[in-house]
Design a protein around this ligand. Structure first.
Ligand code: ADP
Length: 528
């Protein structure tokens, strides 16, 4: 492998950063010589694997092994700790990915996943393996009290690292949707005030001058409002900067014996600080992600309202035009033929309006939890054929091939399932203007029946695939205006399918095409 190989360089950089920050952590303080409460490597490892991929795991293994070996752990203990730390990061990534973690923290789910799966759960692995190997292979800890103390220090140190360091790195590495009014002087002044007041207050609480006064006084509560201020007004990057700034000053204060958390031995003081920082960082991440979620929905809703009004206006304008034509020609007896010619056009526009209003009604019914289903037994094969026939004019010359067959009837709302099929077919035609083939496949899969619609169109990238079933979501780029739509069809379809205890999914390759599939439970009249 060449030294200039990008993978090798990343591996080397991660190893060095891991090693140096680890060394720093152990030099500041370490319970039983090995468990540091200031342990940056865990958060660095999780963030790096999230950003650059799990292929970088050897850097973590080598980093953890070397640090511990040089610290005096025996060879088997160092190997075991290296493995524990690597497994911790890999388990963290596995859990986060499994539950759909988005490193941009756009949803409450993302904050909760990092807190519970990343920070609290995955770190148990490294702490347990670490303590086990120190106890059995190195003999550096012997009493049960030492085991408990070392375990807690190890766990809390790793937990804090995932809570603070990971989002700090991610906030710089991942583009977030939030665009504050950066260039407004008032906002810049506010940002400056936030940083200045945070530093001043932290110095008062944890610093040398006032730190001695503040000992034994609970004045730490003066600091969290600045974190909340950052959350309410600025991006996640600033929030994490503020958390890092406060943590840095607090650690410096504690190392010098100052501040309200100095109550006993160093490791205990750091543990109290970590609890404080951990809780407030968790609160900040939760708040920030809720705000980001709300903001995105608001933006989408605004876009939706403007799109919906536009889509409603077009048919209304056409109808008005036809009405004027009729009125103008009404006195001319010879124009009867041209008047009759107008009627299909009237109908087309009225159908468009009808469709739009039904879509809007569906959304409001879903919001009010009033979408009702009239279930019956029917043949899904027939419904697919019938739907293809009805919507043929809307498919813009696309050919639909149907293959496969479902053996039994399904028990579902025929009209609503027809709506789902219509939506998938019209999307397949709409988003594949240059390909003319659409394939519908029907099959039985264990206890479910499955219908999939495959096109050879523009496809959808992985990030967007996660979102297209959400309310008002439309893929945003310059081609958006070419394809009319409100971004509610797939959302309504997903609600319909889920309410039938089925599932709807997409597999897609940008530039190659998409396959949307939905499943329904096989006919079982009673439990539905
Ligand atoms: P719309 O009214 O915008 O079509 P949908 O909810 O039906 O709303 O779809 C949401 C988004 O998903 C669309 O804006 C489009 O970008 C994308 N999409 C849906 N179906 C396809 C497809 N077959 N191929 C590519 N993109 C699709």
């Amino acid at each position: 492998m060449k030294i200039s190989n990008p993978y090798f360089i990343k591996l080397l950089v991660l190893f060095l950063v891991y090693f140096l920050t680890g060394k720093f952590g152990l030099s500041v303080n370490a319970v039983s010589g090995f468990a540091s409460l200031i342990w940056f490597p865990t958060g660095i490892a999780l963030a790096s694997l999230l950003i650059f991929g799990v292929r970088l795991w050897p850097a973590i293994f080598l980093g953890a092994f070397t640090i511990n070996f040089l610290q005096g752990a025996t060879l088997p203990a160092s190997l075991a700790i290296g493995m524990g730390n690597t497994l911790e990061a890999l388990a963290g990534i596995y859990l986060l990915r499994k539950f759909g973690f988005d490193p941009a923290f756009r949803k409450l789910n993302d904050a909760l996943l990092l807190i519970f799966m990343g920070a609290m759960l995955s770190t148990l692995i490294s702490a347990s393996i670490g303590i086990f190997s120190l106890y059995y292979f190195s003999g550096v800890i012997s009493s049960s009290q030492e085991v408990i103390n070392t375990f807690f220090a190890w766990w809390v140190g790793d937990m804090l690292s995932d809570l603070v360091i990971t989002p700090l790195i991610l906030a710089y590495a991942i583009r977030n949707n939030f665009k504050p009014n950066r260039f407004k002087p008032a906002k810049i002044f506010e940002l400056f005030a936030l940083y200045a007041l945070t530093v001043i207050t932290s110095l008062i609480v944890f610093g040398r001058e006032f730190g001695i006064i503040s000992r034994n006084m609970p004045i730490a509560y003066l600091v969290p409002p600045f974190i909340i201020w950052a959350v309410l007004s600025f991006s996640l990057r600033n929030v994490m900067n503020i958390v890092a700034l406060i943590s840095g000053i607090a650690i410096w204060g504690i190392l010098n014996g100052n501040g309200p958390f100095v109550v006993g031995p160093l490791w205990q003081n750091l543990l109290i600080l970590q609890g404080f920082i951990g809780v407030w960082t968790a609160v900040a991440l939760i708040l920030a992600s809720i705000i980001a979620e709300r903001r995105e929905l608001e933006e989408r809703k605004d876009d939706f309202i403007s799109l919906a009004s536009h889509e409603l206006k077009t048919p209304v304008t056409s109808l008005k035009l036809y009405a004027q034509l009729l009125q103008k020609d009404s006195n001319k007896p010879k124009s009867r033929r041209s008047q009759i010619n107008l009627f299909p056009k009237f109908n087309t526009q009225i159908d468009k309006l009808d469709l739009l209003v039904s879509d809007l009604l569906d959304i409001s019914k879903i919001n009010l939890n009033r979408l009702e289903f009239r279930k019956e037994n029917f043949d899904l094969n027939e419904l697919v054929k019938e739907t293809v026939k009805i919507i043929k004019p809307e498919l813009k010359g696309h050919q639909v091939q149907i293959s496969g067959r479902i053996k039994n009837d399904v028990f579902a709302d025929r009209f609503r399932i027809g709506q789902v099929i219509t939506n998938l077919l019209t999307n397949a035609a709409k988003y594949s203007p240059d390909a003319k083939q659409i394939r519908v496949t029907l099959k039985d899969v264990k206890n479910f029946v499955s219908v999939s619609v495959k096109d050879h169109g523009m496809g959808i990238n992985l990030d967007q695939q996660k979102k297209i079933f959400e309310r008002f979501y439309r893929v945003r780029d310059n081609i958006e205006s070419t394809f009319p739509g409100l971004g509610i069809g797939l959302y309504v379809s997903a609600v319909i399918v889920k309410k039938h205890n089925g599932d709807i999914t997409v597999v897609s390759t940008p530039g190659k095409g998409s396959t949307f599939s939905f499943t329904l439970p096989k006919k079982s009249g009673k439990d539905l």
